[in-house]
Design a protein around this ligand. Structure first.
Ligand code: CP
Ligand code: NVA
Length: 309
């Protein structure tokens, strides 16, 4: 369907640098407004959002629902048992029916292709709330958090320690747009998608490294970032992965090697004592909670952009 004046938000690199930075600026502006207690800015008034969840969620569900409501709109939660995408009903039918009731659709799905199909058949903007492939709203929140704590993304060094998963793909796609130094340090066999690495490298914007020695990688990092070793849909591999990821825990020693300038970030939920120690999450340079808070502010700005508001 043609979406005049409306835009899906599926991958960071669907947008140019100017647009990403403009959305982040808007996020800062609307965040300040909401934090001041102001409740008269209601750009989503009279609008509804359908939120499809094929997987569990805390941050994504609550931040989208709360954010949309605070700006005047109404959000509808559809859990795995409500929609049963591709099982009870085909994606192309869901897309066209939901578009007739709602102004915007947010979806958290397994297969990325399902999200692309949903966006293709919907006549309203579709926002990616995480797929097996990527998680762009998370990386927008992370970028906003870096701007607040470091002042910028450009020129920084971000070292992701762990599994080359959906979070890494979104970091790589951000690195295709904004110049910084991105390192994914992972066990052999757990590298991110080769095509996505290529997209990031061929953009020629950032320095991209995929390496296997955490102690070497984190030196001089502005951000050390971690995520679970077994993502949603991989929990049956958790035991094997714990073995394969030995040496990849972010602990106090690794943060010390990184240096005093290094912030710790994690998209959450975290398995304390597995991919990260308790001490690192609770340390003064851990910014995981401001980061989680920024999900709402980043997404509010994404939705304003998607709706042309
Ligand atoms: N970071 C994140 O997306 O959290 P949830 O899975 O709780 O939504
Ligand atoms: N990589 C994790 C991120 C959760 C927000 C997962 O997909 O489960």
């Amino acid at each position: 369907e043609e979406k005049t004046g409306l835009k899906d938000f599926l991958h960071i690199n669907d947008f140019d640098k100017g647009t990403i930075l403009k959305i982040l600026d808007r996020a800062k502006e609307v965040k300040a407004l909401l934090k001041s207690g102001e409740r008269t800015y209601l750009p989503f008034k009279g609008k509804t959002m359908a939120m499809i969840f094929a997987k569990p969620s805390m941050r994504t569900r609550v931040s989208f629902e709360t954010g949309f409501y605070l700006l005047g709109g109404h959000a509808i939660f559809l859990g795995p048992n409500d929609i049963e995408m591709g099982k009870r009903e085909e994606t192309r039918d869901i897309a066209r029916v939901l578009s007739r009731y709602n102004d915007i659709i947010m979806a958290r799905l397994f297969a990325h292709q399902d999200l692309l199909d949903l966006a293709n058949y919907a006549s309203v903007p579709v926002i990616n709330g995480l797929t097996d492939y990527n998680h762009p709203c998370q990386i927008m929140a992370d970028a906003l958090t870096m701007i607040e704590h470091i002042g910028q993304i450009e020129g920084t060094k971000v070292v992701y320690v762990g599994d080359g998963n959906n979070i890494v793909h979104s970091w790589l796609l951000l690195a295709a747009v904004i110049p910084f130094h991105f390192v994914c340090v992972c066990p052999k066999g757990y590298e991110p998608d080769a095509k996505t690495i290529e997209i990031a490298q061929q953009a020629g914007v950032s320095k991209i490294e995929i390496t296997h020695d955490p102690k070497e990688a984190v030196k001089g990092a502005d951000v050390v970032y971690s995520d679970v070793w077994a993502s949603m849909g991989q929990k049956q591999e958790a035991e094997q992965r714990r073995k394969d990821f030995q040496g990849f825990q972010v602990d106090e020693e690794l943060m010390k090697i990184a240096g005093p300038q290094a912030f710790f970030m994690h998209c959450l939920p975290a398995e304390r004592g597995v991919e990260v120690t308790n001490g690192v999450i609770e340390a003064p340079n851990s910014i995981v909670f401001p980061q989680a808070e920024n999900r709402m502010h980043a997404q509010n700005a994404v939705m304003l952009h998607s709706l042309g508001l």
